[in-house]
Design a protein around this ligand. Structure first.
Ligand code: GCW
Length: 674
């Protein structure tokens, strides 16, 4: 699993015969580390896929790959107009004549585009596409496509299920683990162009000179691959490592401290990306400690970074136990009043849903509600609430569902994707962040199928309108094989997998039902404890009469944070999409569902359906034994067995618990626990 989707194993003979004659030679000026990286990737890949690497030539011969920028390569000068408008990261890949000879051209305006174009070209071969009418022209829709590592300096990864942090701080900067280069390659192959190295629950020591040297070393590895390094900044750093008595954003000494810190960082890392900040949330320090606003806090750091071109990604994941109102509403209430107050180099980073990376949530009402501020979409790649690394849950479908959701803020078609890519409200800056599932495990992500979530995140950050099915198919072809006997069933498993998790952990809009702390198994009964908003009972609100969180206009009124047309739909129990019924409504146990059955029966049916889907996934996988190498087949099979067992645990525990309120018999057809 180490090679991820960049395995480059030999292609079938027929494909080798079709491709190889077109790529015997390579015409490319290799005058930068980025170009060297692209050239090495190409050689290595073609050696693996076709059995031979292209030979460098300085004049055109039949079967030449031509790679370069029209501005610096005279033989590509004719493409200047074609690459116009593609920016630094876009590219074109085209089959055409160069100097009268048939050729395949990868052209871009800058090195970054050449790297991306090279990987794009390789993906065509890896997925067995015909080169006949090859003519691609692509540029990313989202500007900052970033991974967020929740990695502590002692290599513990918060909500990480794949070993230790890959950042070996102790041996940095002296030892550059080759894994860092493979990390950069994998990310560049899917268009990721930034990485936040440390946890948002940040340790201020990352900003000390000792650590900045280490960060600089990592930045050097990432640079040729177009990846900028960012850091999570702890708001109280001026006190903790700067010896100041305050971190008040309006204090001139504090402002001077951050400016000096930014200067110091850029002295070491001229292309440093900027800061990610979690402030005044879950006990983290922040501007509100001094009676200041999120905008005051974000602008403090933004002013320090601005002279160097850095940005601040200020998180909107805020809630506090002192706030008695519905947690769903807190981020919106705290941030919307400050729309327009943030500096131009501030982006507000918003989780996909208002609670917390649940298996399914409606999109966060902040999307569309802050037209004057660029909003970064924060997805979780690691599966904190979807079975860690053992349960198979392809999150491409979740990402797609959220990105395609229509906020309706500017009429129909105001999709979340259009908010995030900046097009809806005309922002130059735009961003997407994915909380990484990468660790020191040989498979990087803790399981083979979790690699697909990293892959899908990157692809959707590049183009938020891609289909999750098409992405799954690409990934399967590159990671396993192009054999149709494998591709269709495995893609099918992936496409069903996340809905299965929704079903067996709690469907119809139920949420936050897991055990407190670990977030792995069922815990709908979790009550009391340190904080009401960390319990489950608070969210499902089951009683003898019914179940669900009343967020209607008559309840917590969270619905009113959405655009009026949508609020009206969510507010109405007969119109709300059934998958969000219990998210927005408290309804009786015999509430009639669209299927014709009462709610209780429907809920039990969904729990059963989730378990059944996992059983089917297992059977599908078992039947594929001869199509997958033994090592990967065995691990996936073993994990699916764990998943089936635990899906039953979720189902049985949840049904037994909710039955104490519903006091209704199990519907006919429900399989009793073994
Ligand atoms: O999902 C929750 C996690 C915390 C995390 C927090 C956040 C980094 O349980 O572990 O802390 O969200 O996003 O800040």
């Amino acid at each position: 699993g180490y090679d991820l989707w960049l395995r480059y194993r030999p292609l079938p003979a027929a494909q080798v015969a079709a491709y190889a004659p077109e790529m015997q030679h390579l015409r490319m000026d290799v005058d930068s580390p980025a170009r060297a990286a692209a050239r090495d990737e190409l050689s290595n890949a073609l050696q693996g896929l076709l059995g031979s690497a292209p030979q460098p030539v300085d004049r055109m011969r039949p079967g030449t790959l031509v790679i370069g920028t029209p501005a610096s390569s005279p033989w590509l000068a004719g493409l200047a107009a074609d690459v116009d408008g593609l920016g630094d990261e876009g590219f074109l890949v085209r089959r055409m004549r160069v100097d009268g000879q048939p050729a395949i051209v990868i052209a871009a305006n800058a090195d970054a585009g050449l790297v991306y174009g090279t990987f794009r070209f390789l993906r065509l071969l890896q997925t067995g596409q015909s080169l006949e009418a090859l003519d691609l022209r692509e540029a990313p829709r989202v500007k900052l496509r970033v991974l967020n590592h929740w990695d502590d300096l002692n290599r513990y990864v918060e909500r990480g299920y794949s070993g230790q942090s890959i950042w070996d701080w102790h041996r940095l900067p002296g030892w550059l683990d080759p894994r860092y280069t493979d990390y950069a390659r994998a990310n560049a192959s899917i268009g990721i162009n930034g990485t936040v190295l440390n946890n948002v629950n940040a340790n201020a020591r990352i900003l000390t000179p000792q650590y900045l040297e280490k960060v600089r070393a990592l930045a050097g590895v990432m640079r040729p691959y177009g990846i900028r390094v960012y850091l999570s900044a702890r708001f109280s750093a001026p006190m903790e490592i700067g010896g100041l008595a305050t971190s008040d954003p309006l204090d001139p000494e504090v402002q001077r401290w951050w400016k000096a810190k930014a200067d110091e960082i850029y002295g070491l890392i001229p292309d440093f990306g900027g800061f990610l900040v979690k402030a005044n949330s879950e006990g983290q320090p922040g501007p509100q400690d001094y009676g200041r606003s999120h905008a005051d806090g974000a602008n403090l750091l933004a002013d320090a970074l601005a002279p160097h071109g850095g940005v601040v990604m200020w998180r909107a994941f805020v809630y506090s136990e002192e706030e008695p109102d519905d947690r769903h509403k807190q981020a919106y209430n705290e941030f919307v009043p400050h729309d327009g107050e943030f500096r131009d180099n501030v982006l507000v980073q918003v989780k996909n849903g208002a609670i917390d990376f649940q298996p399914r949530e409606p999109f966060h009402p902040l999307f569309g509600a802050m037209p004057r501020t660029p909003l970064v979409m924060e997805f979780q790649i690691t599966k904190e609430y979807l079975g860690f690394s053992t349960h198979l849950a392809y999150k491409g479908t979740l990402y797609e569902e959220v990105l395609r959701a229509d906020t309706r803020v500017d009429g129909e078609g105001s999709t979340v994707a259009n908010v995030v890519d900046g097009s809806l409200h005309g922002h130059v800056l735009s961003g997407m962040a994915g909380v990484a599932n990468i660790g020191s495990d040989r498979s990087w992500s803790g399981s083979h199928f979790d690699q697909a979530n990293w892959y899908a995140y990157g692809r959707l950050a590049w183009d938020p309108d891609l289909s999750s099915r098409a992405i799954a198919e690409e990934w399967v072809r590159m990671t396993f094989s192009n054999d149709p006997a494998l591709v269709a069933p495995v893609v099918g498993m992936m496409m069903d997998s996340r809905e299965a998790v929704v079903d067996y952990t709690g469907a119809l809009g139920l949420h936050h039902l897991m055990g407190r702390g670990h977030h792995y198994g069922p815990g709908p009964w979790v009550d009391g404890g340190p904080r009401a908003d960390w319990t489950s009972v608070y969210y499902h609100r089951a009683t003898g009469e019914g179940i669900g969180f009343d967020r209607t206009t008559g309840g917590s009124d969270a619905v009113s944070q959405y655009a009026p047309e949508l609020a009206a739909v969510f507010d109405d129990p007969t119109r709300v999409p059934e998958e969000f019924l219990l998210w927005f409504h408290h309804v009786p146990w015999d509430h009639p569902m669209r299927s014709g059955q009462p709610l209780w029966d429907e809920l039990v049916m969904r729990y059963d359906r989730g378990v059944d889907t996992v059983r089917r996934m297992r059977a599908t996988w078992d039947a594929l034994q001869e199509h997958v190498d033994g090592e990967r087949h065995r691990q996936v099979a073993a994990f699916l067995a764990i998943q089936e067992n635990e899906a039953q645990w979720w189902r049985d525990a949840s049904i037994a618990y909710f039955q104490t309120f519903a006091r209704r018999p199990l519907p006919a057809g429900h399989a009793p626990p073994p």
